[in-house]
Each structure stands twice: as C-alpha cells, then as structure tokens.
Write a protein that binds this ligand. Structure first.
Ligand SMILES: NC(=O)c1ccc[n+]([C@@H]2O[C@H](COP(=O)([O-])OP(=O)(O)OC[C@H]3O[C@@H](n4cnc5c(N)ncnc54)[C@H](OP(=O)(O)O)[C@@H]3O)[C@@H](O)[C@H]2O)c1
Length: 237
C-alpha cells in the first residue's frame, strides 16, 4: 500500500521517534496528523514535519481520544509512539506514578483501538511501541520492561481479535531522541557512548531508522502480529 493521500495519525508525534515517523509519512504523501501533550510543542512539531495537522492529546484520557478520533471519517494507519522510560524502585513511590508508562503504552493504545477500529480502511494498521527492555529488562526500570512487553503482546493479540485490521509493533533499542535528554541530562553523551561500545553495530539507532520500520509496517499489507527490532542486535549480547 502506498501512503499517498492516506490518513495517518501519529500519537506522540511532537518529538523523537513519533516526529520522525510523522515527517517520513508526510514525505510519502500521507495526510498526517500528529499529537503532543502541549499546543506549543505540537504546533512546532507539525511545522517541522512539513506542515502536517496536529492536535493536543493525552492518550491516557479515553474521552480525549474519542473526541480526537471522532474528527476523522476514516483512518488508514495509527502509530502510538507516546511514552517514556521511567526509573524507580518497585519498593518506593506510589502505584499511580509507577503505572504511568504502563498506562500510556497499554491503556493508551487500547483507547485508540476502541475509538478507531471501526474507522480503519481496508489494509490499514496500528503500530505500537515496544522496546528492547522486553527481552533485556534494565535494572531499576521495571515498569518500562512491563510496559514494552505489554505493547508488543497487544499487537499480537489484537492482530487475532480484530483481523483483518493489521497490528504490529516496533521494538527500538537505545535510540537518540530528546527522551534521553530528559531522563539522563548531562550524562547522556557518556551513556550513549557506553551503550554504543557494547552494541554489535557500535552505534545507537536514530529516530529516523525506527521511523523507517514504522512506515514499512504501515505499507506492507501482508504483515500483521509482527514485532520489528531496531536494536543493533542488543538482544544477542
Ligand atoms: N529513545 C529510545 O531509546 C527508546 C527506546 C525504546 C522505546 N522507546 C519508546 O519510544 C516511544 C517514543 O520515544 P522517544 O524516544 O521518541 O521519546 P520523546 O522524544 O520523549 O517523545 C515522546 C512522545 O510521547 C508523547 N507523550 C508522552 N506522554 C504522552 C501521553 N500521555 N499522551 C500522549 N502523548 C504522550 C510526547 O509528547 P510531548 O513531548 O508533547 O509531551 C512525545 O511526543 C516511547 O514510548 C519510548 O518509551 C524509546
């Protein structure tokens, strides 16, 4: 399926992997709407992606998701890139903070499915975001490991539940995006160098490389229930 004139929604498209996917889908001729959690950032991202549409959306709020989806008569593809990595001991903090990344990837994606499934055109798809932490959990980031596994499994179970709509996921390894500026601050450069050194390919992925996998999953009408790993072989070492 070509993406020209297709309706593509990128949730969490105001930054990083989502913004790269929105930019690439726009280059493929799709009619793209990206979302972020603030007006200013979403508007700025939409301009940088090639003057795409944009909206403000918290994917955790089902009514907001329903309102957003109700704007579209029909939809071809939805990519949920919303989320973040979170560190914290399971024995400290409160449950709602711990569950934030799980909610965004799992409940957020389910909100999108419930709101949009009946509007997906033939050959259309959902793409969710997992991560290498499904196979290589990181100590201290237990909720991320649970959340990414849930997102990947959601793609597989929905592929069965709601066929012929296609459901897939990307599973990035360490990818250079603004998320790590927020999480690692001034340690980012040193951490990236160390992760790259341990990687089989001696580098970390770019957001554009993950976005290419997202677009591939949208375009290939014979792929469903698939998880594409863009992790430089991180699961092997
Ligand atoms: N970077 C990596 O190494 C890596 C590796 C594996 C998986 N991932 C996952 O890939 C996804 C994208 O990550 P990224 O690195 O591109 O991060 P990013 O640059 O921080 O982008 C995250 C995006 O998610 C949006 N977002 C956050 N919470 C949201 C919510 N509740 N509802 C709707 N949108 C929300 C953000 O919107 P605002 O900025 O407008 O708030 C932003 O657009 C995340 O799920 C991340 O965990 C990243």
């Amino acid at each position: 399926m070509e993406l020209k004139n297709k309706t593509v929604l990128i949730i969490g498209g105001s930054s990083g992997i989502g913004l790269a996917a929105a930019t690439l889908a726009h280059k493929h001729g799709a009619s793209v709407t990206l979302t972020g959690t603030t007006e200013q950032k979403s508007k700025h991202a939409a301009a940088s992606a090639g003057n795409t549409g944009y909206a403000v959306l918290d994917v955790n709020r089902e009514e907001e998701v329903n309102r957003f989806i109700s704007r579209f008569e029909s939809i071809d593809h939805i990519f949920n890139a919303a989320g973040s990595t979170q560190f914290g001991s399971v024995l400290e903090g409160n449950m709602s903070d711990h569950f934030a990344p799980i909610n965004t990837r799992l409940a957020g994606s389910v909100h999108l499915v419930r709101a949009a499934a009946k509007k997906i055109n033939q050959g259309g798809s959902f793409v969710f975001t997992g991560a290498v932490s499904t196979d290589r959990p990181v100590q201290g980031a237990w909720t991320s490991g649970v959340a990414t596994a849930a997102a990947e499994q959601l793609a597989r179970v929905m592929a069965l539940e709601l066929a012929p709509i296609r459901f897939n996921a990307v599973s990035p390894g360490f990818t250079d995006t603004p998320m790590w500026d927020k999480v690692l601050g001034e340690n980012k450069t040193a951490v990236i160098a160390s992760v790259a050194e341990k990687s089989l390919v001696k580098r970390i992925a770019t957001a554009d490389e993950v976005a290419e996998a997202v677009i591939f999953l949208m375009k290939n009408e014979s792929i469903t229930g698939e998880i594409i790993h863009i992790d430089g072989g991180a699961r092997l070492v």
